[in-house]
Design a protein around this ligand. Structure first.
Ligand SMILES: O=C(CO)[C@@H](O)[C@H](O)[C@H](O)[C@H](O)COP(=O)(O)O
Ligand SMILES: [Zn+2]
Length: 197
């Protein structure tokens, strides 16, 4: 296949995945935004984590809350747990890579805070341990998953929210995760600061 055809095929696959996900995910994205708004109105903060591309997504989300999304508004409290290389390497070195997020959550998480836990497989051990730590700290979990939800899906409590992309290819799932993060930012801003339409 020539490269132009390959590119068109990748664009089409991304469009198709988003089209299939739109109606399935919309109610869950709305519910997640309400959980987040409620936390922010009650002095809560957002912690976020993921591996690889999902680490980038976790940071993308926190920067849009801390700095800005599409409008001028006050900074909102969010911390990506993927950025402190000294903390992450020491936890991985002294304990286990599986604990790099959970140990930070046990230190920083407060009841009523929200954990945005991102994994396309739902099976990354450090994300599973992060969810367990969040529950121990009485936080609410918003899980961005894919495939069959993996081990993460079965760990979630009734008050948690799973946003599971109906797809099996990691890159396609990640592309919908990013769109979901932008939806969450838009919904948080409009609920807290009014609709701009
Ligand atoms: O971005 C990509 C692939 O698109 C990779 O870096 C990918 O995020 C990594 O392989 C992750 O370790 C996958 O973890 P997960 O989504 O299964 O939790
Ligand atoms: Zn990627």
């Amino acid at each position: 296949m020539d490269m132009q055809s390959r590119i068109r095929q990748l664009f089409q696959a991304s469009i198709d995945t988003k089209q299939q996900a739109m109606d399935v995910l919309a109610p869950h994205i709305e519910q997640a935004s309400q959980v987040m708004v409620n936390a922010l109105l009650n002095e809560g903060k957002m912690l976020s984590c993921g591996n690889g591309g999902s680490a980038g997504d976790a940071q993308h989300f926190s920067s849009e809350l801390l700095n800005r999304f599409e409008r001028e508004r006050p900074s909102l409290p969010a911390i990506a747990l993927t950025t402190d290389s000294s903390t992450i390497t020491s936890i991985a070195n002294d304990y286990s890579y599986n604990e790099v997020f959970s140990k930070q959550i046990r230190a920083l998480g407060q009841p009523g805070d929200v954990l945005l836990a991102i994994s396309t497989s739902g099976n990354s051990a450090n994300i599973i341990q992060a969810i367990q730590a969040a529950h121990d700290r009485e936080m609410i979990v918003v899980a961005l998953t894919g495939r069959d939800g993996g081990g993460m899906a079965s760990l979630l409590l009734p008050e948690d929210v799973e946003i599971r992309v109906p797809a099996n290819v990691t890159a396609r799932i990640q592309e919908v995760h990013l769109l979901t993060i932008h939806c969450l930012c838009d919904l948080i801003d409009s609920q807290l600061f009014g609709s701009e339409e």
